[in-house]
Ligand binder design. Structure first.
Ligand code: HEM
Length: 363
């Protein structure tokens, strides 16, 4: 019998129907969720990045070392529990290098931002025509957060703040299981604010927005970080992954990036984890899609109905069949559905298609 993905202390009587097909449902393969200590009530995930016109811009190394100094210098109680670097070339040809950092509470994040000098530095930043900077911070309370891993040994992102991995969970292997894993879905529809696509379709010019721009949070914005790790695959599986899964995944991520407005997706970055010193992806073999949707229902619909995720999803089962189910590819995701005050977006000198900046008309 599987465990519930929802931790015992976050369970409550349902007023919203579960999507679970029936109470005895058993998933066809095992998957796991992170268990957090009960005293962790809110996590922080921050994307702190620099945007350069090209990957070869030597100033990108200066940007990385500037951010790195903040992320490593403060008292040990306020430093991030975990951080790593990721990069992406966006569809305007800009190179975005960002730290992906996690803290076990909002207080720890705020103390770090003060103590490390990050806040003072960030507030003094002005667009100077060289590179842009972006700060995207999420503060999910635990009732608005869920994780799913296909192995119980992976240590990704928020797992660094976890107590342990759960036993195999019941809520997966059917559409709607992501929703069933979010504790608040027991009592809340998690409806978001839909925006007409013309309000957030990125300006084709990609012009740089003037000044510093803070974008207000949106009700029940749905955020997914969906990761892939093929480092420990055999040569045979690696070849299969790179030749069959990776191209399909890239296509799906390109669709969300370039045509996200058709499905309620404001922003999608398909990022490579890169080496902390060289900023190169070689030898790391890990990627993730980071996407922001107007509401959970839009993310669900894209997964369940859109040919791009259906191709990823179907491709995965063919892939597993070819390997006789001996899959060592590790996949996981972290999903959160946030109140406006649990989101912070600020952009300094970034082009208009960057992150949630797409929701603001150029000023
Ligand atoms: C669900 C495969 C990438 C979004 C799933 C499931 C599989 C899968 C097998 C069902 C999981 C379960 O319930 O047991 C994959 C593979 C990927 C990939 C192999 C890459 C190699 C992505 C990406 C996103 C995404 C990049 C979004 C950015 C989702 C969501 C669900 C899901 C939201 C949950 C749907 C629901 O429960 O209603 N995927 N996926 N996936 N996937 Fe993907």
């Amino acid at each position: 019998m599987s465990a519930s993905s929802i931790a015992e202390h976050l369970k409550c009587p349902r007023t919203q129907p579960a999507r679970l097909p029936n109470p005895d449902f058993q998933p066809p393969y095992p998957s796991f969720s992170i268990r957090f200590p009960e005293n962790v009530s809110q996590l922080v995930m921050a994307i702190i990045g620099a945007q350069h016109k090209t990957a070869s811009d030597p100033a990108s190394e200066t940007s990385r070392s500037t951010l790195s100094a903040f992320l490593t210098s403060a008292s040990s109680t306020t430093l991030p529990s975990f951080f790593e670097w990721a990069s992406v070339m966006d569809n305007k040809g800009f190179y975005n290098l960002s730290a992906l950092a996690y803290w076990p509470s909002k207080a720890a994040y705020e103390s770090w931002a003060d103590q490390s000098g990050f806040n003072t530095w960030w507030q003094a930043l002005r667009p100077d025509g060289t590179n842009g900077w972006f700060l995207e911070v999420f503060f999910p309370t635990m009732n608005r957060f869920e994780t799913l891993f296909n192995t119980d040994t992976a240590r990704e992102g928020s797992a660094h703040m976890g107590r342990c991995m759960s036993e195999a969970v019941q809520e997966h292997g059917y559409w709607g299981s992501m929703r069933d894993r979010i504790p608040l879905s027991q009592t809340d529809e998690l409806a978001g604010e839909k925006a007409p696509p013309e309000e957030y379709k990125a300006s084709p010019s990609g012009a740089v927005a003037t000044g510093r721009v803070v974008i207000p949070g949106r009700k029940n914005l749905a955020i997914i970080r969906s990761g892939q790790d093929w480092l420990d695959t055999t040569p045979e599986e690696r070849k299969l992954y790179l030749e069959t899964m990776h191209p399909v995944l890239t296509k799906g991520m390109d669709f969300l990036r370039d045509h996200g407005d058709e499905v309620g997706c404001y922003s999608c970055r398909f990022m490579e984890i890169v080496d902390a010193k060289t900023a190169e992806p070689e030898g790391i073999d890990r990627t993730f899609g980071l996407a922001y949707f107007d509401e959970l229902a839009s993310l669900e619909k894209w997964c369940k109905e859109h040919p791009t995720h259906l191709a990823i999803f179907g491709g995965f089962f063919q892939y597993a069949r070819k390997l006789g189910n001996n899959v060592t590819l590790r996949v996981f995701h972290e999903v959160m559905v946030l109140e406006p005050e649990q989101q912070y977006f600020e952009y300094v000198g970034c082009h208009s298609g960057t992150g949630m900046l797409v929701t603001r008309r150029l000023g």
